[in-house]
Design a binder for this molecule. Structure first.
Ligand code: DX5
Ligand code: ZN
Length: 213
C-alpha cells in the first residue's frame, strides 16, 4: 500500500522535521491540500507553500486542489507538483485540464466528492493517472470516514481493471487503523492519512503499519 500523508493537520512551522521523519518512515508521497474558501468552506495554503515544501522534500508532491475553476492555476501548481489533482465538481473543462496537467509534466488526478457517483468519471479515465475518492466532505481534517466510498472504490477498481488502465486509486478522509484495511480490501492503492498520523505518538510506526496493508 502507498501512503500519502496529508500535512493539513501538521504544525506548519515544524513541517520540515515532519517531512524528514515521514520520508524516513517510507511515506510514498506528500499530500498537499490547497483550499480557497470558495470551493470548500476553509482556507489552507497556496502556491508559495507548495513550492517551499517541494524544495525540502525528496518524495513526490501529491497536490489536491480544492479551488474553484482550477484550470486557471494549473501552470503555477505544475511547477512543484508531481501528482496534480482537481475536483470534477470545480467548474473546469475536465478533459482539457487533465491533458494540460500531463502536458506540463505532471501526473493527473481527478477527484470526486462524496455525493458524486463513480460512473460520472468513467469517460475521463483514459486521461487520469490517479483517481481520488473523497471519503469525507472536502475542507477539513479529522472527519468521520463515509462508508459509501468503499463501494465507489470497488466500482472504479472494476472499471480500471476491465479496461486494463494504469490508474492509481486514492482515498482521502477519515483513514485510520480501522478504515485503512477496509479501503485496501475495496481496491485503494494510495491512502491519504492526515489527523490519524499527525496525532499518533509514533509517526514512523504508524506509516509502517499502514504500508504493510
Ligand atoms: C480534507 C482533505 C484531507 C484531510 C484528511 O478536505 O482533503 O486530505 O487532510 O485528513 P484526515 O485524514 O484527518 O481525514
Ligand atoms: Zn486531500
Amino acid at each position: 500500500m502507498k501512503i500519502s500523508p496529508s500535512v493539513l493537520t501538521a504544525d506548519m512551522l515544524e513541517l520540515k522535521n515532519a517531512i524528514q521523519t515521514l520520508e524516513k518512515s517510507g511515506a510514498d508521497m506528500l499530500h498537499l491540500d490547497v483550499m480557497d474558501g470558495n470551493f470548500v468552506p476553509n482556507i489552507s495554503f497556496g502556491i508559495p507553500v507548495v513550492d517551499s515544501i517541494k524544495k525540502h522534500s525528496h518524495i513526490p508532491c501529491d497536490v489536491h486542489l480544492m479551488i474553484d475553476k482550477p484550470h486557471r492555476y494549473i501552470e503555477q501548481f505544475a511547477k512543484s507538483a508531481d501528482y496534480l489533482g482537481f475536483h470534477l465538481e470545480a467548474g473546469s473543462p475536465v478533459k482539457e485540464t487533465l491533458l494540460k496537467i500531463r502536458e506540463l509534466g505532471c501526473k493527473s488526478t481527478l477527484t470526486i466528492k462524496p455525493k458524486t457517483q463513480p460512473e460520472e468519471i468513467f469517460k475521463y479515465l483514459d486521461y487520469c493517472d490517479m483517481v481520488l475518492v473523497m471519503s469525507v466532505e472536502p475542507g477539513f481534517g479529522g472527519q468521520k470516514f463515509m462508508e459509501n466510498s468503499l463501494l465507489k472504490l470497488k466500482v472504479l477498481k472494476e472499471e480500471i481493471t476491465r479496461r486494463n488502465l494504469n490508474v492509481l486509486l486514492e482515498i482521502d478522509g477519515g483513514i485510520n487503523n480501522t478504515t485503512a484495511p477496509l479501503a485496501a480490501k475495496a481496491g485503494a492503492d494510495v491512502l491519504v492519512v492526515g489527523s490519524y498520523l499527525f496525532n499518533s505518538n509514533d509517526m514512523t510506526k504508524t506509516v509502517k503499519e499502514l504500508k504493510s496493508l
